[in-house]
Design a protein around this ligand. Structure first.
Ligand SMILES: [Fe+2]
Length: 236
């Protein structure tokens, strides 16, 4: 008999609100009309398929993508991708993007008055292994100003995209760092009303993955669904 997966609905407030007025952009972005269900097509539910050969190990080390080494504090960001039942998910494509140590993105739109680092593009990707684990080597990103309100600063964060077996399963979130004083003032972090759900966005300092004289380790496990689900943008 075919097994049918049952999914619990998210508890209210455990996912980012589409409309959160302190996050000014959400006022225009949030739907003002009832949502229209779009039919899924084959191209959205059957692929893409990623293999370790396509992804390549080098893409997971953001500190060795250019000719020299980037400035800033080297860190290891690692964790496990899990489903609702706590089962690890192998072969899941994770993509990350982030600002450099000075708080600037390598992107033409970012004109923040902070230096670019020619040795840091700020993007990488990796597949989870057979036990659902991933690992990135990168630079601790700097906080950066944004113009959401007067004196607005984003806490240091790393953007994550999680691609399951098809485009329709893609999820996007942000990882933060423990003890960041800017978290309390950040409207994007605080879009998720539920305190314990919000805490799942904050990585955990990890001695186990810290490399002596090389890099501090931060663990960020990602749970896709269920009561322990990581808050994901745009799915409330
Ligand atoms: Fe960002």
């Amino acid at each position: 008999m075919k097994q049918v997966a049952c999914y619990r609905r998210f508890s209210p407030g455990t996912q980012p609100a589409l409309l959160h007025e302190p996050y000014v952009s959400s006022i225009k972005r949030a739907p003002s009309q009832p949502l229209v269900r779009m039919p899924q097509t084959l191209s959205e539910v059957t692929g893409p398929v990623f293999t370790p050969e396509i992804v390549g190990k080098a893409c997971a080390d953001l500190t060795h993508q250019q000719s020299g080494e980037p400035l800033g504090e080297r860190i290891i960001v690692s964790g496990t991708v899990l489903d609702e039942a706590g089962r690890p998910l192998p072969n899941t494509l994770l993509e990350i993007w982030q600002a450099n140590a000075a708080g600037r993105y390598f992107h033409s739109i970012d004109q923040h008055h902070a230096p670019l680092d020619p040795n840091f593009a700020g993007r990488g990707h990796a597949l989870t292994d057979s036990e659902g684990r991933y690992r990135f080597v990168t630079i601790r990103p700097g906080a950066y100003p944004w113009r959401n309100h007067s004196n607005a600063w984003r806490p240091a964060h790393v953007h994550f995209s999680v691609m399951g077996p098809a485009f329709a399963t893609r999820l996007v979130t942000q990882m933060y760092f423990p003890g960041d004083p800017l978290l309390a003032f950040d409207p994007i972090f605080n879009c998720t009303a539920d305190e314990s759900a919000r805490q799942r966005l904050i990585s955990i300092f990890d001695w186990k993955t810290t490399i002596p004289e090389e890099a501090l380790g931060f663990r960020f496990d990602i749970v896709l669904r269920g009561r322990e689900a990581t808050p994901m943008e745009g799915r409330s």
